[in-house]
Design a protein around this ligand. Sequence first.
Ligand code: GRF
Length: 196
Amino acid sequence: MKNIVILISGTGSNMSAIVQRAKTQNWQARFNARVALVLSSTPNAKGLVWAKEHGLPAQVVDHRAFKEAPNPRSAFEAQLIQAIDPLEPHLVVLAGFMRILSPETTRHYEGRMMNIHPSLLPAFTGLNTHQRALDAGCKFAGATVHWVSEELDAGNIIDQAVVPILQTDDEHSLALRVLRAEHQLYPRVIEEHLKR
Ligand code: GRF
């Protein structure tokens, strides 16, 4: 069985798009693949509620629980790895996961960890991508699915979705258009990967 582990921190709308696609496209029968675990870095992520309601195994590894540790990030990531690795994941999918992972952890999952970023990389790595695209006068925006590497938002690009920027757009209207495109792009990219 190809286990897919999805890491979230918030709404989880990409996670639910992936789970729905897995169901409608019957990933289990076609690719022997399943979403085996949803992991959240925060206990109050909305996506956790959705995952549980839909009968998915869901777990929290609360990054704040390691505040007092000598090295909070490595303690948090050790716990994450402990939750993920028993599943021997075929793919670890970052979907709105808001923690920056250390080089040790990204190396550990090299070639098995994907992320979605709300810009047309390599433009606008990091945060506030939509406002920055508007400020730069871009005519198009979009989202990128890429392999996760040591450098933030810099791994090999797998695929992208492009949306127009309208004269009337503000950060919110643009974010919504990009997010809708993400919901098509991410499940499709994962499905293509499972076909290989
Ligand atoms: C998306 O815009 C994604 O590109 C970014 O975080 C957002 C997550 O949204 N990494 P959701 O939690 O999937 O709704």
